[in-house]
Design a protein around this ligand. Structure first.
Ligand SMILES: [Zn+2]
Length: 340
């Protein structure tokens, strides 16, 4: 029997997870979720896998709200071992319908980040608008042309729509806010799809009454700007309006000012020093980005998160610390993982 098979048999995945959890216990796991579904659906986390993930967190971790964790950091208090934090971006109604009852059953806290324009006016979160248009167009190709760019999106069959969506969104994220809005207008025109003024069907977010109900049952509501722009591309006036304005609007509608903030999109190029300062200035206690796997707790205004998706194995390896342990245990851990 080869060495790596022997190690795998002796340790086993459960034992390996116990070991990696023990050595990484001091690092809080901040989980990032987006969408949920009752039935299997593309780009949504099915309720049965979310239940399984909650049970793992409930059994193995001390689940606290992001605000509580941010408070510890702000006060310089020690963070206990095995802390996990559940965060959900964008405030879609499927959180209220699918995820919230499961959290409530288990008495687990979570943080829901909302963009206030979407709640106030039923406004679309712009990547959804792109998906809506591409799903409904009867064109086989959509061509967009403006100063500085030309995009040709093949959208003739279902398989082409996801890459077309990704290509459009990647480009739209890289341009100033006004150019992105112009790209959206062009897309709708070129694709020949009229988008309703208010987000439709599965694109709806929670309304204020639902958010108030959530807030009174252990769900922390956090800020996610007013209109979900990429904040590193805003000028100073827009930055404060989006970040402090969102906090003021949440305070007005929910009766309490949020302590937590989430940068829209949240990848490294989407957040800069000015945005971080605007978050601090607005009075938030902490903020999260959308990348990396472990919060290193270095800067409470740039806390990193684990993207929790539909893959059981990916989730378990991330929360049990196998990914992290691999980097410093080196080749041996990789070898065990590969043979189990
Ligand atoms: Zn978002």
């Amino acid at each position: 029997m080869r060495l790596r098979s022997r190690i795998a048999l002796a340790v086993g995945r459960a034992g390996l997870y116990r070991a990696t959890l023990a050595v990484t216990a001091a690092r809080p796991r901040i989980l990032m979720y987006h969408r949920f579904s009752q039935h299997p659906e593309h780009r949504r986390l099915h309720r049965s896998e979310f239940e399984r993930q909650l049970d793992v967190l409930h059994r193995q971790f001390r689940v606290v709200s992001l605000g509580e964790y941010g408070g510890w950091l702000a006060e310089g208090r020690p963070v206990p071992p095995r802390v996990a934090i559940i965060t959900v971006d964008d405030g879609y109604r499927d959180f209220y319908e699918v995820a919230y009852p499961l959290l409530r059953e288990r008495g687990l806290p979570a943080t829901l980040f909302v963009a206030t324009d979407a709640v106030d006016h039923g406004a679309w979160l712009w990547p959804d608008r792109v998906e809506y248009v591409l799903d409904r167009t009867v064109s086989r190709h959509v061509v967009l042309e403006a100063q500085g760019y030309r995009m040709e999106l093949p959208v003739g069959d279902a398989a082409a729509k996801q890459p077309a969506w990704a290509a459009f969104v990647a480009h739209a994220l890289a341009v100033p806010n006004e150019s992105r809005l112009e790209m959206l207008r062009q897309l709708e025109e070129a694709a020949g799809v009229a988008v309703p003024a208010e987000a439709a069907g599965g694109y709806r977010v929670c309304n204020w009454a639902e958010l108030r109900e959530l807030a009174s049952h252990g769900i922390e509501i956090g800020g996610h700007t007013r209109s979900h722009p990429v904040v590193s591309r805003l000028d100073p006036g827009q930055l404060d309006d989006e970040i402090a304005g969102c906090r003021a609007r949440l305070a007005e509608k929910l009766g309490v000012a949020p302590n937590t903030f989430c940068y829209p999109n949240g990848m490294p190029g989407d957040v800069n020093a000015e945005a971080r300062l605007a978050v601090q200035r607005a009075g938030y206690v902490c903020a999260v980005v959308a990348h990396s796997r472990y919060s290193r707790s270095v800067d409470r205004f740039l806390l990193e998160r684990i993207a929790a998706g539909p893959s059981e194995r990916y989730f378990d390896e991330a929360v049990f610390g196998l990914d992290h342990a691999r980097t410093w245990l080196g080749a041996r851990a990789t070898m065990v993982q590969e043979s189990t």
